[in-house]
Design a protein around this ligand. Sequence first.
Ligand code: SF4
Length: 208
Amino acid sequence: MRSKRAGPARFADEESQPTHMKGTTGGPRLPLLRQLVGDRHGLGAAARSKRSAELKPRTAIADRVVDSICPYCAVGCGQKVYVKDEKVTQIEGDEASPISRGHLCPKGSASLQLVTSPSRETKVKYRRSYGTEWEELPLERAMDMIADRLIAVRGETWQHEDENGDVVNRTLGFAHLGGATLDNEENYLIKKFFSAMGAVQIENQARI
Ligand code: SF4
C-alpha cells in the first residue's frame, strides 16, 4: 500500500500511462489528484505538467550572451543580453557588475521590452514649423539640419562683448539639456563641445 507521503505513481513512458494520466510527467492527469496521491502541498510534482517539465529558460537556449549596460539611468547597472537567431530574447542583471551585482530595478528588468517593443521608435520624427503631422527623416539629414541651425544661430547671436564692454565671447541663442542616461564620457564631450561653441546654459535634467 502506498504511503500518504509517497510521490505520485511513475510510468515508464507515456504509452503505458492510463488514459486519465496521459500528458503528465507521471501520476494522475488532474493536478488535484496528483496532489492527493503524494504532493499534499502542491509544490512539487503535482504542479508540473509534461509541457512545463520540458520547458527550458530562454537564458539556457541562447546562441550567445553579450555584456551590456542598462540604458535607462546613469547608475549604469550591468546587463547580460541573451541572443538567439540574432534576436534579443532576454536581458538579465550581470552578477559580475560591481555596481549592481546581478540586480536590476523594475525599469532595467523590463528593458527587453525597450528593445523588442513594436512601438519602439526607430526613425527620426520631425514636425516642421506650423506642421500638424510628424514626418520621418533619414538620420543623416536630421543631423545636417541640426548642425546647420546651430551654426546659423551661433552666427546671428554671437556676443563678443556684453553691455559693459567686457569681453564675453558667448551666445545666448542656444542651450543644451542633457538626460539622465548620459554617462561620464558623453557628459564630458557635451560640456566641452557646447562650451567651445559659446553656450552658457549647459544643464542636465536631474537638476531641473
Ligand atoms: S537597472 Fe534601474 S537603477 Fe540600474 S541603470 Fe537601469 S534604470 Fe538605473
